[in-house]
Design a protein around this ligand. Structure first.
Ligand code: TTP
Length: 197
């Protein structure tokens, strides 16, 4: 059997790693620390795409600085939006409470932008998923916050965890909500010569 192709992963997200490993890829993590402050007037879509591209550029710089051999590199960003507002990761419990209350009984959108660098080429995609939450009681929100799940996640919840019971339905990409849309990602990587399945 030939060695699986290498992909640099400019991400510290365990969800992204798992979803890529599911595709059979061999991953090597590179650092990608960037400033995640939204620009004035920036839409959620533009914000997510800009951050994915900036993470990919930071990851590429880290690869070069570490003297690692060239290979395709992937970065992503997940952003939640409702009524024009951008919801990132909650700063604290009151922030998580505010986000979950905003989502209660209605829908919001989860945008995940993916950027793949392959030499001088940059390939990008954005998955856009609408998520409908059931009405949440104050007690449900408090119990969920106490679980600790909200704090490393955009929009203060993880659909793949206990917040699954909040979700009536989605329209779009489940893996996009989790943090990496597998269908769109496979298409981007296919353009770099990866073969699936
Ligand atoms: C909405 C939602 C988000 N998330 C997560 C996915 C992302 O990891 C996180 C959004 O933060 P991001 O800034 O997109 O990513 P990250 O900081 O976790 O990782 P990195 O920048 O190093 O790639 O929220 C879930 O796990 N489940 C969900 O249902």
């Amino acid at each position: 059997m030939s060695t699986p192709p290498l992909l640099y992963l400019a991400s510290g997200s365990p969800r992204r790693r798992e979803l890529l490993e599911q595709l059979g890829l061999t991953l090597q993590r590179v650092a990608a620390e960037i400033d995640e402050t939204p620009l004035p007037g920036e839409t959620a879509r533009d914000y997510a795409l800009r951050l994915a591209v900036e993470k990919a550029a930071a990851g590429e710089a880290a690869r070069v600085a570490a003297g690692l051999p060239a290979a395709p590199l992937l970065a992503a960003d997940t952003t939640v939006t409702q009524d024009g507002e951008i919801f990132g990761k909650p700063a604290d419990a009151p922030d998580a409470r505010r986000m979950l209350a905003a989502f209660s009984g209605r829908s919001h959108r989860v945008l995940t932008a993916v950027a793949v660098r392959d030499g001088d080429a940059l390939h990008t995609a954005v998955s856009d998923t609408e998520v409908w939450f059931k009405p949440l009681s104050a007690a449900e929100i408090e119990r969920y916050i106490e679980s600790g799940e909200p704090f490393d996640k955009a929009g203060a919840y993880g659909i793949q965890g206990r917040a699954a019971v909040f979700v009536e339905r989605i329209a779009g990409s489940y893996t996009g909500v989790v943090g990496l849309p597998v269908f769109e990602t496979a298409a981007l990587l296919s353009a770099c010569g990866f073969v699936f399945p």
